[in-house]
Design a protein around this ligand. Structure first.
Ligand SMILES: *Cc1c(COP(=O)(O)O)cnc(C)c1O
Length: 380
């Protein structure tokens, strides 16, 4: 056996920010310096200069009122609180999502009601909503998972017929449009965004936003982020401290300009993978006709998923399972009484999905190596 080690290709992490930092360093450093020198660190029911600037630019980008908040989780909780959703109410959502979606419903006092997903898209199955509606249902909380929006017109039509609010969990889909070309908050009361550092638009820490086309609701959201304060020290309802830091707003404002080009690169990488995986054992994600998927995650269905994951890890390629456990089976929701096997499509997805690297800074050589390494596993 040769003693010479074969040259090991450098590892490709599932996600990294170091390459991006080189691109944005100057913009972000001067934005941060401006905040520090002004010492205008925060704002309340009325936005200060840095929050205001970011909100104005985000509003333009999304064609709706944007209210800067402390995190994506807080955006969901603030939306539920602002819309008066509380104990005794039910909110219908998906069990195949990040925990915050259902965690916030629970924290509002309402009961999360889960329905199964569409196995093609991993999105909430519209046809399953009807049977889940009861006298207590107040809202539907769809998740535009992995960066793809569900058909919001169909959802809104159903919601209107049943007098339900639609609150979109848009944490993963900034910049996406749905199959009929609609943006977030266009066919919903509001949409919740997250700027967690790994999201398509990431802050330097925690941040989020609420987006709505309803001006009155926008005002209510601003009050909600400042403890329900309507005029200084007069609280008409209970909100929270859901404010975004000015430092985060400045960072996000500097990065927002890059988002369209980053999104295009994500879509380009995804299109490349999908071409490579066509007709193989790997099932690429389905992009719904007409919709613009922004590929927060590129999630395949993979036979022998855990073995593929080990193979990629050994080859220095980062990958991740989103999500390994459905929310209806989480211990904290045991009292809701859901059983294993109740949502077979969502449960099956947890066994088969694997997210490959799709961040915009990946080079052509890297994505070529990733696709080739995945396919080589099935050819052995
Ligand atoms: C990230 C995320 C959230 C929560 O956002 P944070 O900013 O991390 O609080 C909620 N829902 C989904 C689907 C997410 O991906």
């Amino acid at each position: 056996m040769s003693q010479e080690a074969s040259p090991v290709a450098p590892a490709i992490p599932h996600f990294e920010l170091a390459t991006q930092w080189q691109l944005i360093k100057n913009d972000v450093e001067s934005a941060i310096k401006e905040v520090l020198e002004s010492q205008q660190y925060t704002s309340g029911a009325v936005s200060g200069p840095f929050i205001g600037r970011f909100e104005a630019n985000l509003s333009k980008f999304l064609n709706a009122h944007a209210i800067a908040l402390s995190s994506g989780t807080d955006a969901i909780l603030a939306a539920l609180m602002a819309l008066g959703i509380k104990r005794g109410h039910e909110v219908i959502t998906t069990p195949f999502t990040f925990f915050a979606t259902a965690g916030c419903i629970s924290r509002s006092g309402a009961k999360p009601v889960f329905i199964d997903i569409d196995p093609n898209t991993f999105l909430m199955n519209l046809a399953a909503i009807g049977p889940a509606v009861t006298r207590n249902t107040r809202a539907i909380l769809p998740v535009h998972l992995f960066g793809q929006m569900m058909d919001t017109a169909a959802l809104l039509e159903f919601a209107d017929a049943h007098h339900l609010d639609v609150i979109e969990d848009a944490a993963q889909c900034i910049g996406a449009v749905d199959p009929k070309g609609k943006q977030v908050a266009e066919n919903a009361r509001c949409a919740c965004l997250s700027f967690y550092p790994t999201k398509n638009l990431g802050a330097a820490g925690d941040a989020g936003a609420l987006v709505t086309r309803d001006e009155k609701l926008a005002t209510r959201f601003m009050q909600t982020r400042q403890h329900g304060e309507v005029t200084r020290y007069h609280h008409e309802f209970v909100g929270g401290n859901f404010r975004m830091d000015a430092l985060q707003a400045a960072v996000l404002n500097a990065k927002l300009d890059y988002l369209p080009q980053w999104t295009e690169r994500r879509r380009q990488i995804a299109a490349y993978y999908t071409r490579r995986f066509k007709g193989t054992d790997v099932k690429p994600p389905v992009e719904i006709a007409g919709s613009k998927h922004v590929y927060h995650q590129y999630v395949i269905r993979a036979p022998r998923r855990d073995h593929l994951r080990d193979h990629l890890t050994k080859q220095g390629i980062g990958c991740n399972i989103f999500y390994p456990k459905c929310l209806h089976l989480q211990q904290c929701f045991a009292d809701l009484g859901y059983k294993k096997g109740q949502f077979p499509m969502a449960e099956r997805a947890t066994q088969e999905v694997l997210a490959l690297p799709v961040y915009p800074e990946l080079t052509d050589a890297q994505i070529e190596r990733i696709a080739t390494t995945v396919l080589a596993f099935y050819r052995r």
